[in-house]
Unconditional design. Structure first.
Length: 269
């Protein structure tokens, strides 16, 4: 993550059941176990329940935004990307690769296959007719088979589409269905490439561990980051409500859980 050192609070959208340890503020759309592989993770960090298309944050208040395995779910990737850009200065995007969506199409809530082309994310609607393995095949192999785990870790482009961005997220939508041959990127890898990939993976683990150990566990002043999702006015945080002075409305709060979607808006007196 080249731009992680830019400074500022870190937002994670679609944090789900396994958020990154260095995120300061978490965002998810659902409390219930919908469109994820496990129960929603909750800890000491603020968790905001809202829609990615209407994030309740002020412009450019985050130094970094993590969106891992979330953009393939959304109906309008361009709108979601523009909203992420609005609240953050840089960030990290990760989705399953287009090949993974072809091999394991059982996640029907994944609306898009995503590939990286000349530094740009390319979103293609998933083919609803495509039905291959109906189980978590690659997860089982990575968990139970050491040779497969080594292969997966040294060939990440086969399994993930990854983009780190600054200032703007380059992307485009394609409405045509992909031919199966289009799912497979360049797979050439000699002995030197294998060793470099292995060292990169080990270096990445080490770097993340060091960053996580050295980064202070800060508690952000959430009110200074938020805005009303309905009128975009400034808000204040009370014991059980988030209140907007501009529209006299409020939203529920339960400890570190904040419900800041438009459907939870309650008009004031």
């Amino acid at each position: 993550m080249r731009y992680f050192a830019l400074g500022g609070a870190v937002l994670e959208v679609g944090s789900g059941h396994r958020p990154y340890p260095h995120s300061d503020v978490l965002v998810d759309k659902h409390l219930e176990d919908a469109e994820r592989e496990g129960p929603l993770h909750r800890d000491h960090r603020p968790l905001v329940i809202c829609d990615l298309a209407n994030l309740p944050f002020r412009d450019r208040v985050f130094g970094y935004v993590i969106a891992a395995h979330v953009l393939e779910h959304v109906e309008e990737p361009e709108s979601a990307a523009r909203e992420i850009e609005r609240v953050g200065r840089a960030g990290y995007i990760e989705t399953p690769s287009a090949l993974m969506e072809f091999v394991e199409p059982h996640r029907e809530y994944h609306r898009w296959s995503v590939r990286l082309e000349d530094g740009r994310l390319v979103f293609v609607p998933k083919d609803p007719v495509s039905r291959q393995f109906r189980q978590h095949l690659t997860h089982r192999l990575i968990t139970a088979n050491l040779g497969w785990k080594l292969f997966a870790h040294t060939n990440p482009r086969l399994f993930k589409t990854i983009l780190e961005w600054r200032d703007r997220i380059p992307l485009r939508l394609e409405r045509r269905a992909l031919h199966p041959d289009d799912y497979l990127p360049d797979i050439h890898q000699g002995p030197g490439g294998f060793l470099r990939a292995l060292l990169r993976k080990a270096g990445g683990w080490f770097t993340r561990a060091v960053l996580d150990a050295l980064r202070p566990r800060r508690r952000v002043r959430l009110a200074s980051l938020l805005r009303c999702p309905r009128c975009h006015g400034a808000v204040s945080i009370a014991a059980d409500r988030v209140r907007c002075a501009a529209c006299s409305g409020s939203y529920p709060r339960e400890g570190q859980l904040y419900f800041l979607s438009d459907d939870r808006f309650e008009a004031g007196p």
